[in-house]
Design a protein around this ligand. Sequence first.
Ligand SMILES: Cc1cc2nc3c(=O)[nH]c(=O)nc-3n(C[C@H](O)[C@H](O)[C@H](O)COP(=O)(O)OP(=O)(O)OC[C@H]3O[C@@H](n4cnc5c(N)ncnc54)[C@H](O)[C@@H]3O)c2cc1C
Length: 449
Amino acid sequence: MQLPVIIIGAGPIGLAAAANAAERDMDFIVVEAGGDAGAAVGEWGHVRLFSSWLELIDPAARRLLEATGTWTAPDDSDYPTGSEWREAYLQPLANLLNSSTNGSVHYNTQVTGVSRAGRDLLVDSGRENDPFAVHVHGPEGHQRLLGSAVVDASGTWTSPNPLGADGYPARGEREHADRISYGIPDFTDTAVAARYAGKHVAVAGKGASAQGVLIGLAQLAEQDPATRVSWLLRRPSVGDAFGGGDNDQLEQRGKLGQDAKAAASSGLVTNVTQFRTESVNLQDDGRLALGSTDGQQVSDVDEIIVVTGFRPDFSFLSEVRLDLDPALGSARFLAELVHPDHHSCGDVPGHGYQELAQPEPGFYVVGMKSYGRAPSFLAMTGFEQIRSVIAALAGDLEAAGRMELVLPDTGVCNGAGAFDAPDAVASTGGCCGAPASEPELISLGRPGQ
Ligand SMILES: Cc1cc2nc3c(=O)[nH]c(=O)nc-3n(C[C@H](O)[C@H](O)[C@H](O)COP(=O)(O)OP(=O)(O)OC[C@H]3O[C@@H](n4cnc5c(N)ncnc54)[C@H](O)[C@@H]3O)c2cc1C
């Protein structure tokens, strides 16, 4: 009997994997730690994506959904929020997949370990012929699932980088966790707004999320002028902080960069450069003081927002053989393609099963997690990854080796850029791309082919 492919995570890429498997009549099981499909996306549901619907629906999933005759495809040219991505696409897709004869989607089920059945990391003999054993904790307790292959699409959302500059939580970071949040708060929520309005907020990080936070806090400051922000940057100057990898384009055209720049220069924000956080200390008056590794201090802080990126969680992969880039934690081959020093989100070439292959045959890390700590992952790149991986697992190496990704030649980050700003769907560039006046599709060749 052929065992199912076990897919970790019911996010956009895990569900795309299941859709590809369903199309090929392969058995699959999706295990998702959250309570429903797109659980991680739901946590940033208030953020408006910089990609349009055209770039956010996996082709195989679209075919399956359209075949039902009951699903209405969103308008290709609209830019959804995370919540809209879930509600209009991910959840209907998960429901459909869960009712398919080939597979099922299990919620509230956390993968805690992956190995070869009966063989830990050390054992060589016969390894590649044994099924995978996937340990999960779910509503029925600890279970062990057997699979012919494992596709890890668990993303990185659950492992935000800490405030501490050493890569570990700063001294006091855990103790004062109730005053620290990670990611972009939903400032339109009244409870969240009340938490930050009129406060001194320290914001750590310089990427697109940090810029979104600055914009949100600037909007709060319009209602409560006592709001102030200390923007903590590791770099010596704000410099290219308004560039999502392509500073010039963003600074000139990106709505997010422009709005964040306006917020940063509004008098609300104090830039604190070369600040590498070492400690979070309680002052006598109950407020917090942040200390840096070189002795700088930022005092009288009420709240801290950490937007310093995410990292992959390999804790449940200790018994499978991995070959990862030592700095990024991405598949080793991918590191040169996705390294943030060389690439912005629009120019990572398509890639598939060969580039994602691990020393453990039949095991693949895909989606956001496949990029490790690199922030430039795009869903449409993930859809191509998974099309190729599932084709390879089905033994269709011709399809697996083909390149089907088509990217707009004007770049792929042309959208709103700013979160939760319905009027932000402008023709100006988003995180890193030039304006998409007339999107023209081109095919990109796979490296080495
Ligand atoms: C704020 C923000 C905006 C973005 N905007 C865009 C955009 O405009 N365009 C674009 O193309 N990309 C965008 N991205 C990047 C990327 O496309 C998304 O992050 C996307 O959600 C990644 O999909 P994924 O399936 O790889 O991971 P995720 O969406 O993170 O899904 C992983 C799933 O795995 C589950 N999981 C985690 N660990 C386990 C475990 N041990 N066991 C079981 N389940 C587990 C999680 O609960 C989650 O549901 C954005 C990302 C962020 C954070």
